[in-house]
Design a protein around this ligand. Structure first.
Ligand code: SF4
Length: 199
């Protein structure tokens, strides 16, 4: 054999096929063996924030080690190590999510595959024609009950005002959209969530 055609078949990208000579392939083998010998001297992969995007997370030995968490109360840890623990937990949350997704697929194919576990479909009901519903229901239940039952998206409302073609909707067109809604909006502070600061 003197020549090889190398081609990557991808559902997302188009690669040009490459015709490799025998010598090219032999040279490649040498380079590949050097690379392999280098990787062998390295330790296992090092976990970091990038793991959140890694498609190999579910089979990564470093993550598997992290998953074997020692049960320690956070108050036993020094606060200077808390950031590392929180980052580790974030990776494990992704690992747990991926495990769940994996078993969901397995059980979807075979409902008896995992004894004691089953898939339950959640249903979400959506209104087909909100305007017609309003016209039909409002006379029956009145304004208050109707608006108490309806959730308005403030973000969508702001976007709609931003795009409004009728300037008379706004007494002062120079006013930022958010300020127009401010008198009508109540702010409730929700439970704080932990977010990693961007450096
Ligand atoms: S999950 Fe493992 S292989 Fe993937 S980026 Fe993290 S350490 Fe590397």
């Amino acid at each position: 054999m003197q020549e090889f055609t190398l081609e990557i078949i991808s559902p997302h990208y188009v690669y040009t096929a490459h015709l490799a000579s025998r010598q090219e392939v032999l040279d490649y083998e040498v380079a590949l063996r050097v690379m392999l010998s280098l990787t062998r001297v390295q330790t296992e992969p090092k976990t970091g924030d990038y793991c959140k995007h890694c498609p190999g997370l579910l089979i990564c030995p470093a993550i598997a080690k992290e998953a074997a968490l020692k049960a320690e109360h956070p108050s036993d840890l020094k606060l200077e190590n808390a950031g590392k623990l929180l980052a580790r937990l974030e990776r494990l949350e992704k690992y747990i999510r991926e495990c769940r997704e994996y078993y969901k697929l397995i059980i979807a194919k075979d409902p008896l595959a995992v004894p004691g576990w089953k898939l339950i479909e959640k249903q979400m009901r959506l209104l087909k024609n909100p305007m017609k519903i309003r016209d039909a229901v409002l006379p029956m239940i009145g304004d208050k009950a109707f608006w108490d039952s309806v959730t308005v998206s403030i973000t969508k409302l702001e976007a709609a005002i931003e795009n409004a073609s009728k300037p008379f909707l706004i007494d002062d067109p120079a006013k930022p959209t958010k300020e127009i809604l401010t008198p009508f909006v109540t702010v409730r502070v929700q439970e704080a969530s932990l977010v990693k600061e961007k450096k």
